[in-house]
Design a protein around this ligand. Structure first.
Ligand SMILES: *Cc1c(COP(=O)(O)O)cnc(C)c1O
Length: 420
């Protein structure tokens, strides 16, 4: 099936006489006829549901759909994108280990790795994703366990050269984790370019309507965890009856370990209701993300030709230095977020934002309605000016999330706000 068909048809497939639409299994718990069968579930001997923290049918069907969209062998949904990043990294790394991460990542990822995981003993080196292979290689240490980057970085909008990063990871026998939130699997499927694990904040385009928080981890099944660097995968897990993940689960070792250890212990499980809403969003993702991309390109071209605008950053612009990477990794479009600087700097940016009428000021990005944000005074306000510049966010930067309205109305709104 093509990606558009997968958006609509994958996941829940009703049998004769069952509900046509994915039902919401709003139940924490599941009933069995014998304690013996229940025991087998707990031993991971048979497949089934026992407690919604670990698995739930509504959630499970949506996980199947997302795994199919990305081309992975399995997926696990989480309560938020932050939880997905946390569990994706902690399934691989523990105290004493080290991660290499693109400096152009979401502010929440930057803090999670740079502050909170450091407190847990997992060290990080942030690298400039545009550096050449040789320079990037210098960041790898003997205890580096993973490399992480974003397909299109939020909000810097740098485009990750996925093949360069997968080579960096694989030359060092470690996996590449790609946060594919902004591109979505409709525009880019990182596994096709060598990524091993994909994560998403489903709160963005996947949900698409800004109604439910969520995250997901998708496993390509391609990484060889038996290469000697990952004893947690190849030695018995005492916390799970001595299971050896690579022996027992093969290609599903990573995603099973994520669920059996960390979802069990951290408990950041999605609700069935939110999974249902996410599924509704996914059914139109292929239509929305193309429209977002088309509108964003027109908005970026308008801004580029407006004399009140200091600079425009949209990777799909012909003038963008990332255009060759866009053509290679996401030929259908470069997603819906445009950033730009209003001439006059920080204060003019705030004045411009306050003058918008169609576009609303919200923290969120990547839903059907056009919205705008000034990161330096919102999402990134914990950062110093130096850190801001390091992750590609200048003080005058406006992050403009182009919705799926008629683009003429969006451009007219921009024009009147710029004039104001
Ligand atoms: C929003 C976002 C996250 C965090 O997701 P939440 O669902 O808000 O927890 C992670 N990565 C990227 C690229 C994001 O845009």
């Amino acid at each position: 099936m093509k990606i558009e068909t997968k958006c609509v048809q994958e996941g829940y497939k009703p049998k004769n006489g069952e509900a046509r639409v994915l039902p919401i299994y709003q139940s924490t718990t599941f009933k069995y006829d014998s304690s013996d069968y229940m025991g087998k579930l707990f031993d991971l001997e048979v497949d089934g549901y026992f407690y919604t923290r670990l698995a739930n049918p509504t959630v499970g069907f949506v996980e199947e759909k997302i795994a199919a969209l990305e081309g992975g062998v399995g997926a696990m949904m989480t309560s938020s994108g932050q939880a997905a990043t946390l569990i994706a990294v902690m399934t691989i790394a523990q105290a004493g280990d080290h991660i290499v991460c693109s400096a152009a990542v979401y502010g929440g990822t930057f803090n999670l790795l740079g502050v909170t995981l450091k407190k847990f003993g997992i060290d990080v080196t942030f690298v400039n994703p545009d550096d050449d292979y040789e320079t990037l290689s210098k960041a790898i240490k003997p205890n580096t366990k993973a490399v992480l980057g974003e397909t299109i970085a939020n909000p810097a909008l740098t485009v990750l050269d996925i093949e360069k990063f997968s080579k960096l990871a694989h030359d060092n026998n470690i996996p590449l984790i790609v946060d594919n939130t902004f591109a979505t699997p409709v525009l880019c499927r990182p596994f096709e370019f060598g990524a091993d694990i994909v994560i998403h904040s489903t709160s963005k385009y996947m949900d698409g309507h800004a109604v439910s928080l969520g995250g997901v981890i998708v496993d390509s099944g391609n990484f060889d965890w038996t290469n000697g660097k990952f004893p947690e995968f190849t030695e018995p897990d005492d916390s799970y009856h001595g299971v050896v993940y690579t022996e027992k689960f093969g290609k599903l070792a990573y995603i099973t370990k994520a669920r059996a250890q960390l979802m069990r212990d951290l408990g950041s499980a999605p609700s069935p209701q939110n999974a249902f809403l996410l599924n509704l969003g996914l059914e139109t993702l292929h239509l929305r993300i193309i429209r977002h991309s088309e509108n964003a390109l027109k908005v970026a071209e308008f801004l580029e030709n407006n004399d009140k605008v200091a600079w425009v950053n949209y990777p799909g612009l012909a003038s963008s230095k990332y255009k060759p990477l866009v053509d290679k990794y996401m030929p259908l479009g470069a997603s819906g977020v445009v950033s730009f600087g209003v001439k006059g700097g920080r204060q003019q940016a705030v004045k411009f934002l306050d003058s918008l009428k169609v576009a609303a000021i919200v923290t969120h990005v990547a839903d059907a309605r056009t919205c705008a944000l000034h990161p330096a005074s919102a999402t990134h306000r914990q950062m110093t000016d130096e850190q801001l510049l390091e992750c590609g966010v200048s003080p005058d930067l406006v992050r403009f999330s182009v919705g799926i309205e008629n683009v003429d109305d969006i451009i007219a709104d921009l024009e009147q706000a710029l004039n104001a």
